[in-house]
Design a protein around this ligand. Structure first.
Ligand SMILES: Cc1ncc(COP(=O)(O)O)c(C=O)c1O
Length: 291
């Protein structure tokens, strides 16, 4: 029997996606070869990559002027890629410090250039989302974290920003609808909501690249991956396949609105259980005190 996994990630994947992926490892679509044995430049793999990209575009409503990339190095590599590509040598970047992952993103940005922390919730152990900050119009971008994995705080709305917004959506992507056009760059490690570890989804507005006056190492340059269609180097074919299969499943159940409803039901159920537990504990505590 399948067990529950209450960990923040890697998360449970749909059984259909796991079975389909297991079969692809043994024999991809009757080709007589494993997914792991074919060329990443073959027609068979190209079909998988294009399908995965078109599912991301459809399910999140990604506008045409954005590229969808499947990269390696986890969301943690994005902490460095974002400032490398978007923070000009003589410019500054703005960050909201809402948890440990935001803190790590800030640390990387500081290594690259001038980084301003506009607001932090560190004073109360990241138990709230910082609000009431003003966004400097001369900063190159604003970086936010949509969901703070360890602390369980989530942004319910996003600030109206005069500058490009970059969002780490690693822990809530595909869990609720999102207006992609409000962001210039979204990134997410796949392992919580869309596949296994080993691939990172990047959704990037095409015209934000190529504006900084610094030399960017080839693999850290978004332009490399936009031009190479995520195939500049050998891509992580298995994680991309599992993402495709998981997103096919998501599409089959009704897409993001359907999973949002399921998530809300799970939340209501957990709240109900918590209330029952608290009600049961109350008399027990009274008895202990009376003793
Ligand atoms: C919000 C958030 N950002 C970034 C990361 C780091 O992701 P990765 O392990 O893919 O580098 C995590 C991992 O849990 C996360 O929850």
């Amino acid at each position: 029997m399948k067990k529950h996994n209450f960990g923040a990630g890697p998360g449970i994947l749909p059984e259909e996606a796991l079975r389909k992926s297991a079969q692809a490892v043994l024999d991809l679509n009757g080709t007589g070869l494993s997914l792991l044995e074919i060329s990443h430049r073959s027609k068979d793999f190209d079909a998988i990559l294009q399908k995965a990209k078109s599912l991301v575009r459809e399910l999140l409503g990604v506008p045409e002027n954005y590229s969808i990339l499947f990269l390696q190095g986890g969301a943690s590599t994005q902490f460095a890629m974002v400032p490398y590509n978007l923070l000009p040598v003589d410019g500054k970047a703005a960050y909201i410090e809402s948890g440990v992952w935001a803190n790590k993103a800030i640390k990387e940005a500081k290594m690259v250039g001038n980084t301003e922390v506009l607001a932090t919730s560190k004073d109360k152990n990241f138990s709230y989302i910082p609000k009431n900050f003003s966004i400097p119009a001369d900063a190159a971008y604003l970086h936010v974290t949509s969901n703070n994995t360890i602390y369980g705080t989530q942004m319910k709305s996003y600030p109206d920003s005069p500058i490009p917004v970059v969002c780490d959506m690693s822990s809530d992507i595909f869990s609720k609808p999102v207006d992609v056009s409000k962001f210039d760059l979204i990134y997410a490690g796949a392992q919580k909501n869309m596949g296994p570890a080993g691939v990172t989804l990047v959704i990037i507005k095409n015209d934000i690249c190529g504006k900084v006056n610094r030399t960017i190492p080839t693999m850290l340059n978004y332009q490399t991956h936009i031009e190479g269609d995520s195939l500049y180097n050998t891509p992580p074919v298995f994680p991309i396949y599992v993402c495709m299969a998981t997103l096919e499943w998501l599409q089959s159940i009704g897409g993001v609105p359907a999973i949002t409803k399921i998530n809300q039901k799970k939340l209501q159920c957990s709240m109900l259980k918590l209330i029952v537990i608290l009600c049961l504990l109350e008399p027990l505590q009274l008895k202990t005190v009376q003793k």
